[in-house]
Design a protein around this ligand. Structure first.
Ligand code: G3H
Ligand code: ZN
Length: 289
């Protein structure tokens, strides 16, 4: 069976990207798994520290394994944005396929230190676990935003530079790198997300020498995604748009039938709405739309 590393390499060769979607409940997992199978591409499920606290670390691992086995399908599990070594260890020990150590808010030196420690722990425990590192602050949560959060790197001088990317990769030994290239976590209520600096993506990919991950995919245009993939992005993260699809569908479901009390009936339209969204994104990312 192909590993996540194999699928990423394959996507890079084909100039496509893998989709990474976060879940906070089993409805999200079924929606994403069915969408991936319908489109015919592998997929990565992400769970942030908060999402893991809610679902249970070992429990979400068991759920994803069970659904992947049932569908006979490559579905991988990532410990998204992890801020401490303890929580990295917990995810590696639980058998996650990938972990992200997020030191983007730390100084470069502190970020190198914690990221290197995460890589060392993961390698010693399981050589198949991929470790992703981050440089450049792009905001912290998948929510609807009034304005761009303070401190987000958007001007050319504060985006990730190709030189620091190269240095960071060689000092830490990470497998994947998440840069700040005009992307932001969350989605602006008024629309008009900043565009991705694709020239910067290409320059970072060249210097870093490892696959790049684009975070904060909600709100970006299809054109931007296609250009970013062409420039060297191999994985794209989407969360806020999925949360909005879930919220809107649950709200409508409750409004349409206020007397319905069966959770699986209330939630069914939410699963369908999320599946539809994930299918659209996966087709786009894999050059099928
Ligand atoms: O790690 C998760 C993401 O980067 C999601 O970002 O909520 O802007 O789609 P988003
Ligand atoms: Zn992210």
């Amino acid at each position: 069976m192909k590993t996540l590393r194999d699928h990423i390499a394959e996507a890079e060769n084909k100039h496509t990207a893998l989709g990474h979607f976060n879940i906070g409940n089993i409805e999200g997992l079924w929606a994403i798994a069915r969408a991936a199978k319908a489109v015919g591409v592998p997929v990565i499920i992400g769970v942030s520290e908060g999402e893991r606290d809610f679902l249970g670390v070992r429990q979400v691992r068991a759920l994803v394994t069970s659904v992947a086995e049932q569908l006979g399908y490559p579905i991988f599990l990532n410990a998204d944005h992890t801020y401490s070594l303890e929580k990295i260890k917990e995810a590696v020990d639980a058998g996650f396929d990938c972990v992200i150590i997020d030191g983007a808010k730390l100084s470069f030196e502190e970020n190198v230190k914690i990221t290197k420690e995460a890589v060392e722990y993961a390698r010693a425990k399981n050589p198949h676990v991929l470790v992703e590192g981050e440089i450049g602050y792009i905001g912290q949560s998948s929510q609807l935003l009034e304005t761009i959060p303070p401190g987000v790197a958007l001007d050319p001088a504060s985006l990730t530079s190709p030189e620091e990317a190269k240095k960071f990769v060689s000092l830490t030994g990470i497998d994947l790198l998440a840069p700040a290239v005009g992307n932001i976590h969350g989605m602006l209520k008024g629309g008009d997300e900043p565009s991705i600096d694709v020239k910067r993506v290409a320059a970072i990919r060249g210097e870093a020498g490892i696959p790049l991950v684009l975070h904060g995919g909600s709100g970006n245009s299809d054109e931007d995604f296609l250009k970013a993939i062409k420039a060297g992005i191999s994985i794209i993260h989407i969360n806020t748009e999925l949360r909005v699809a879930f919220r809107d569908a649950v709200k409508k479901s409750l409004q349409d039938d206020p007397d319905e009390v069966a959770p699986y009936k209330i939630m069914k339209p939410a699963v369908q709405a999320m599946q539809k969204l994930v299918e659209q994104k996966l087709k786009l990312f894999s050059g099928l739309s």
